[in-house]
Design a protein around this ligand. Structure first.
Ligand code: GUN
Length: 280
């Protein structure tokens, strides 16, 4: 029997607990989200983040720059935010326009305010097997979801499709530290389905329709990180849910699986940074 993993329900449960904690804080955390340009998907994500912060009583602000802003102005702004004691968490929404060096921008964020866990210092901790200030949101959300459904990764073969800095790479390290055997596949992997078929847990973070029924073994756990609009404007993920679902033991839907967990993790991280670094 297949269990459809409910990311919305777990998000609500975690955030209800977080709200009770926040209600007791005299001073609240402040999250600043920097958005460059007018990518429609990024705008929706950023607005959802602000809405969720508002609901919880976290102070939040969106700073929206036009797409042609210079890297220098952006770096100056991040420097100001680093030095502003009232700001406790900084997020620069990705992707950035091509003329801006993403690494320079992320590297400019103070690691103590790096709510994504993307700065070289925080990723360095992660890759050294040490605790970063916070863990990247999507990988953290996936591990929370696996935990909620008592899916132990120890000794399991986890195959990740996608090697991004946002999901694939940090997730691989977090799984390794939980004693999973991890394989990362990507666009140059030959005969992808030969590898995915060996997975006990398959995590796909590609952003296009790629995982079909013949890509998995019976009773595999399938986590779908992809989210995009198909040719008919319908929101869908990397996995063909209808054909793959019945063969799985657990599967995440799109929407309603990993997406809500990413936003829950961002709220958890905002409070964790505040507690670790700023709360008296
Ligand atoms: N773009 C897509 N996912 C993310 C994320 O988790 N953090 C940031 N900053 N940008 C993103």
């Amino acid at each position: 029997m297949t269990v459809v993993m409910d990311g919305k329900a777990l998000r609500d449960k975690l955030l209800e607990k977080l709200k009770l904690k926040l209600d007791k804080f005299e001073v609240k955390p402040t999250l600043v989200v920097v958005l460059v340009g007018d990518n429609p998907a990024s705008k929706i994500y950023v607005n959802n983040k602000k809405k969720m912060a508002d609901e919880l009583g976290i102070n939040s602000e969106i700073i929206n720059y036009p797409a042609d802003i210079s890297e220098e102005i952006l770096l100056d702004k991040i420097n100001d935010l680093n030095n502003d004691d009232s700001v406790t968490a900084i997020l620069v929404q990705l992707p950035l326009p091509k003329h801006i060096n993403k690494f320079n921008v992320i590297n400019a964020i103070s690691p103590e305010k790096d709510v994504d866990g993307f700065t070289p210092k925080n990723l360095g901790f992660l890759f050294a097997g040490e605790e970063p200030y916070v863990y990247p949101c999507t990988p953290k959300g996936i591990l929370l979801l696996l935990d909620e459904y008592h899916i132990d990764v120890e000794g399991k073969h986890v195959v990740i499709v996608g090697r991004s800095n946002i999901v694939g790479k940090p997730l691989s390290q977090m799984l390794l530290s939980k004693n999973a055997t991890v394989t990362i596949c990507h666009s140059h992997t030959k005969d992808l389905s030969d590898t995915t078929k060996t997975a006990d847990i398959l995590i796909s973070a590609v952003g296009k329709k790629i995982i079909e029924e013949n890509f998995i073994k019976q009773n595999c756990v399938v986590i779908d990180v992809g989210i995009f609009k198909d040719e008919n404007g319908k929101t869908r993920g990397d996995v063909n849910f209808e054909s793959v679902g019945p063969k799985t033991s657990f599967i995440t839907p799109v929407p309603g699986g990993v997406g809500p967990m990413t936003i829950a993790s961002l709220m958890l991280n905002t409070v964790e940074l505040f507690e670790k670094t700023f709360a008296e």
